[in-house]
Design a binder for this molecule. Structure first.
Ligand code: AMP
Ligand code: MN
Ligand code: MN
Ligand code: MN
Length: 298
């Protein structure tokens, strides 16, 4: 049986990836992706470019975003898949979520200065394509290129995570708000990479039950962030909670990402894929002669 190659989680330079949406589309297509979603952090401004590029290459496309949420004191990421990027309430919610990033970045730089790393704010900004979206990843790239650490993972471990000098406590969107914005824009809310959160079993149970109570319907099972054991664990979680399952590489860059676009193992057969219920949200390429028309009406 042919299982669809869907990659529903990736980042462009509109957030903290390094490639332009069009370049990512080409890379996804070259790797055999059949349905792709660009899911920039707290942003929708790359959606039109990503969709047009995907359709021109003959690839299906779901509009997406990855919303930063604070739940039980931890940052949780909620994917919105199949959203309408022109939805005003979603756009407004994301604008508010992005708004604190610049001030947070200044505080991160102040923290790094206390351990002798100066000029980090200006340094990180040199790696930013979208001035609205400065993230820890941009600091990590600056610290690698300036020789402080050898790779981005060690920057996070030594400087940018809780208890380290460049870490700043930040309040992101509420879980219920994020799920509401996504649903209001016609999309499906999906818990991204659940194994990454440092929750107790009780807190994790609360995340899933509250997420479902707000109308969330999916969980990422196959992701670049999960080990094989974690894939199996969250496949069971999806079944236990009756959630649809998603698959996405979380690709950010050719040199930093562990998993290439479109190259994760398939979802276990017992799971219901999110794309089964998002069929009417998928933008599909028309026959070659109709492409201009299908884009215009999409
Ligand atoms: P921010 O939204 O500014 O907090 O940045 C979060 C981003 O940092 C994530 O989306 C990842 O791209 C990246 N990130 C988080 N933890 C790590 C890590 N341990 N190693 C490499 N990148 C990380
Ligand atoms: Mn990221
Ligand atoms: Mn994430
Ligand atoms: Mn991501």
């Amino acid at each position: 049986m042919h299982l669809l190659n869907a990659d529903l989680h990736s980042h462009s330079n509109v957030s903290d990836g390094t490639l332009a949406p069009e370049t990512l589309a080409e890379r996804a297509r070259a790797n055999g992706v059949e349905i792709w979603a660009l899911t920039d952090h707290d942003e929708l401004s790359g959606q039109r470019r990503a969709r047009d590029a995907a359709l021109a290459l003959g690839m299906g496309y779901l509009c997406g975003t990855e919303i930063s949420v604070t739940f039980a004191g931890e940052t949780v990421h909620i994917l919105g898949l199949g959203v309408d990027p022109d939805n005003a309430a979603l756009q407004a919610g994301l604008a508010v979520t992005r708004a604190g990033r610049r001030q947070r970045a200044r505080e991160m730089a102040d923290g790094l200065a206390t351990v002798g790393i100066t000029g980090a704010f200006e340094g990180a900004l040199r790696y930013v394509s979208n001035p609205d979206l400065i993230s820890r990843t941009h600091f990590a790239r600056f610290l690698v290129d300036s020789g402080v650490c050898s790779d981005t993972h060690s920057v996070f471990r030594r400087y940018l995570t809780q208890g380290h000098p460049g870490y700043v406590v930040h309040r992101w969107a509420g879980l219920g708000d994020a799920v509401r914005w996504i649903r209001g824009a016609g999309g499906m809310a999906v818990i991204a990479h659940p194994a990454r959160y440092r929750f107790t079993p009780t807190e994790e149970y609360a995340l899933f039950t509250e997420f479902i109570a707000h109308g969330g319907r999916g969980v990422e099972v196959m992701t670049g962030s999960h080990s094989h054991t974690e894939q199996l664990k969250y496949a069971d979680t999806a079944l236990e909670f009756g959630l649809f399952a998603s698959r996405g590489s979380d690709f950010h860059s050719p040199t930093e990402s562990r998993v290439e676009l479109g190259s994760l193992p398939d979802l276990p057969g017992k799971l219901r894929p999110v794309w089964d219920v998002l069929q009417d949200r998928i933008h599909r390429p028309g026959p070659a002669t109709d492409r201009t028309q299908s884009q215009a009406s999409a």
